[in-house]
Design a protein around this ligand. Sequence first.
Ligand SMILES: [Zn+2]
Ligand SMILES: [Zn+2]
Length: 335
Amino acid sequence: MIRPQSVLTPRPAGLYCEPGDFYIDPVRPVDRAVITHGHADHARPGHGAVAATAPTLAIMEARYGADFAGSVQHLAYGETWSRDGAEVSLAPAGHVLGSAQVVVRYRGLTLVVSGDYKRRADPTCAAFEPVPCHVFVTEATFGLPVFRHPPAEEEVAKLLSCVAQFPERTCLVGAYALGKAQRVIALLRAAGWDQPIPVHGALTRLNELYEAFGVALGPLFPAAASLGKDLAGAIVLAPPSALATPWARRFPEPVTAFASGWMRVRARARQRAVELPLIISDHADWDELTSTIAELAPGEVWITHGREEALARWCALEGIPARPLALVGYDEEED
Ligand SMILES: [Zn+2]
Ligand SMILES: [Zn+2]
C-alpha cells in the first residue's frame, strides 16, 4: 500500500495533497484549495480555485467580497470530487455552520483531515460525522487533560441567573462573530430566553447568513438602536474585541461575560476583565479528542495545530503511532 505521507504532506503553505494537487486550508495563496470552514485563519482570500461547502463559500464572500478566489466549487457533504485518482469528499465537523472534515481517498488509503471540530450538540451546525480512516489528522486546540468543557447548558444557566440577580445591569456577552455568537443565541433560545436580543453591528452580517441557511435565531436588533439605559436587564451580544472599548461603556454597569473554551483558564478571564466567564467552546476538549481517536481507531494520528505533545503522548500510550505536524499560521481561537 502507498505511504500516507506521499498522499498528504506538510508544506509551508499548508497540508498538500500531491495526487490531487491541492492544499487544505492553506495559509498562503495557492492555485487550488479545499477549505474546511470559514474562520479567518483557515479560510484566506487570494487562492485560484476554492472548493468548500456552500455556507463556507458564502462566509468567505461575506468577509472578503465576491472576488475572494479565482473560481469556486460548492461541495455538499458526502458529494465526491475526483482528481487524478484522488477522491475528495467533505463530512460535517460540528464546529461552525458549513464546517467540514476533508476525506481523501487514494489507492485504497483513506485520510481524514478534521479541520476544527467538536462532538457536543450544536443546533447551529451539522453534527460531526465519524469517518473510518487509516490516518486521522486532528486539531488539538484544547489538547491537555485540564481542558474539560462543562455542558454549555450549565454555562447559559449561569448567564440567566446573573441577569435575574442584577435586573438593573446589562449583561454584555463577548462571543466570536462566526459560530460562537449564533450558538450562544441558540442556547439562550433553547433555555427559554425569548426576548429580542440586542447585538453589536459586527455580528449582524453573519447572523443574517446563518438565518439564510435556515438557522433560526429569533428576534435580534442592533444594540446601537437603543440608549444604554433602555438595556437594563438585557443580554447583549458583542465580539470580544468590543468589550474593552468605549462602545461597552454606554451600558448601565455592564456585567462583562465572555463565551470561550479559554475561560477555563482564570488568568485569561482576569486579563480581559471578565466578571462572568462562560466556558463554551466550539473545539473538542481533551475527552472529545481522545474519545474520537479511540472511536475511529485509525492506523495513525497526525496532529495539525494546538497542544500537540500531550495528545501525541496519549496516542503513543494507546499504541497508535502519532506525529505532530506543527503546521503554522492557525490561531487558537478566532477573534
Ligand atoms: Zn475554527
Ligand atoms: Zn483552527
